[in-house]
Design a protein. Structure first.
Length: 226
């Protein structure tokens, strides 16, 4: 059988047929959940802001001297508020240098909530003596450059004409009592556990090696002058 000319062929007829429609596949939409940003410590956030804005960090902050709580007496502590710690870039437990008529170093602690924003520093009588100031005076505070103490020489402060002798092993006892404490030459300190006639026995720091602010560590050599 032959197709007549002009009559559409089978291939042409097939092309004219409607194409079958396949059901459209709907793919599920994927949603990417962004992880929540972890909270940033206030001090870190402040540092980021300082870097972004180019704000200069003050080398020193001026504070007013106030009395320390009884629990801090004799321990070489200083308490300042959050604003001061952030301004100096220091945190609790670090060492600061306190400058008045003289200078000394102290370990940093927080103030009570009611002291926030008052611009004060709470230090005890020994620290005030080492700085040469009284309650109500102004001092400068800055982050200290601290070195591990290689050798520290101390001597008891006693009345003229009197002498005191210590037993064997007193150097290790003193080192344990002053461990992690910051010291400078000329400081007056109290060693926990050492008393004279029922009262605390003060010691004068005669010499420190290296010079400057040092911190008593396990390897520090303590020398006693009688």
């Amino acid at each position: 059988m032959t197709l007549k000319r002009g009559v559409p062929g089978a291939a042409h007829l097939l092309r004219q047929l409607p194409r079958p429609r396949h059901p459209r596949r709907v793919l599920p939409r994927l949603r990417c959940r962004r992880k929540a940003r972890p909270p940033i410590d206030n001090r870190v956030e402040s540092f980021i802001r300082v870097v972004r804005l180019g704000i200069s960090v003050p080398e020193r902050v001026v504070l007013k001297v106030a009395e320390a709580p009884q629990s801090d007496v004799g321990l070489g502590r200083a308490r300042v508020d959050t604003k001061t710690r952030m301004a100096l870039g220091v945190d609790v437990g670090e060492i600061i240098e306190i400058i008045g008529k003289k200078s000394t170093a102290a370990k940093l602690f927080r103030v009570m909530q009611e002291d926030e924003g008052k611009g004060i520093i709470r230090i005890d009588g020994l620290v005030r003596r080492n700085v040469g100031v009284s309650i109500g005076d102004k001092v400068e505070v800055r982050k200290a450059d601290v070195f591990p103490a290689e050798r520290v020489t101390i001597a008891p402060i006693i009345s003229e004409g009197h002498k005191i002798s210590f037993g064997q092993g007193i150097e290790n006892f003193v080192k344990r009592g002053l461990l992690k404490r910051p010291l400078t030459k000329g400081d007056v300190v109290i060693v926990p556990g050492i008393a004279l006639m029922g009262g605390a026995l003060p010691f004068m720091v005669i010499k420190v090696m290296p010079k400057g602010v040092v911190q008593i560590v396990d390897d520090t050599i303590i020398e006693m002058k009688e």
